[in-house]
Design a protein around this ligand. Sequence first.
Ligand code: HEM
Length: 461
Amino acid sequence: MIHTLPRRPSVPNRPPGPGFSIPGQRLLAFRRDPTGLLTGLAQTYGDIVQFRFAGQTAFLLNHPDFIQQVLVTEHSNFTKGRALHRMRLVLGHGLLTSEGSDHQQARRLVQPVFHHERIADYAATMAAEAERTGATWRNGATFDVAKAMNHLTLRIVGRTLFGADLAGQEERIAAVLDDLFVLSDPVHLLLAPLLAWLPTATARRFHESKEFFDRLIYGLIDERRQSGPGQGDLLDMLLASVDEETGRPPDDQFIRDQALTLLLAGHETTANALTWCWHLLAAHPQSEARLHEEVGRVLPAGKLPGMADLGDLPYTRSVLSESLRLYPPAWVIGRSAIDDCVIGGYPVPAGSMIILSQWVTHRDPRYFAHADSFLPDRWLSDGRSERPKFAYFPFGGGPRVCIGAQFAWTEGVLLLATLARRWQLLCPADSRPVRMDPRVTLRPQGGLWMEVKERIGRLGH
Ligand code: HEM
């Protein structure tokens, strides 16, 4: 339980943690190997670790109960961390970066786009786009699967939420996104307020990227205004909405912020989840064979999977679950304590940085036997019900839980099934070990180069 404390905490102790370090030293260690640093702290000091980080008092929480307290039970005592607030430079006050009543209003407004019936409508588009991607692959070709998944999920979010075909623009959007995400680097993060006027190449690219996205999103809004309502997608919903306080339509900036947030949050994470799935399957031929058996049995020749098939693809789903455990695309969540409170019996002062890491918790052997091994079967057995809920939280939790979680589960399973039905992805003979690049999301460094082998022809022969 988290209790709000009187201003002068009566609990005198402090959690274990590393002592003094040279200013900036830990920040640089984090920059070099963020997952390694957090794992080391958790293994050395336990369920709650206190340390100085980027000029702040930080608490790393490694126990599911503490994670639940922050995300659910006492969520109103924690705001989004500094990193996400800085993302406002890009995303404005969209769903991901807004707080309080602004957030509640945006969430209510956007929620209908993610209702179950809507996702069932999107399923056909998801499978069709995956088939379209697979149709461009050539037997024996080697290419960057991370990039292919990124382009695929971007086109899906474009068509389902914006009624727009973004084919041909994927490369540019991915490059621009990279320039914007310089803000996630902890060193740039500290400098973020200066970015507006510093005459550096990074600042220039940042501004150009922001302008590119503004043009793209305002272009989509203008087109929709001229063409009139579409299929009841996100843009229709935003354009038809009224501000709860003023009773008037929201301004274009509000619509732009929500739309850009969903365009960006809605593709990069799922693309990474799928990329890691292919990597893990290639390294575990027995799991791959079971996946191939399942999709071959459930999807007769030439049939694309749809919403109705999801229940018949439990192994495919468990591959995705296990990949989200081992390589969670959202690998860390930051918060800031508003008031003094107590976590795990220790005082946590107002203003402290709170760090929750899916990467660390998902690999905790107390909750996952053989925690570092890829074992999709663990998601098919009953054992998972004994696990504390927040031992596994790839989509966060509480009022800020990922609004696209259902969308992502559906998309992940359908894309895996559609592509694995026809294609096998292999590690090239000369491949080097894959290294991680944990930034805003957890990506493979330099992409993921794989070779594709055709299992069956397009018509299933
Ligand atoms: C595997 C795929 C995905 C993962 C792992 C993921 C993960 C997450 C996590 C952990 C959060 C909570 C962040 C926090 O509490 O600070 C979040 C929030 C969010 N996600 Fe996702 N996400 C995924 C896919 C999607 C998709 C497909 C969409 C939209 C189409 C989406 C849109 C959002 C939005 C708008 C928020 C902010 C919600 C709010 O604050 O109310 N995500 N996501």
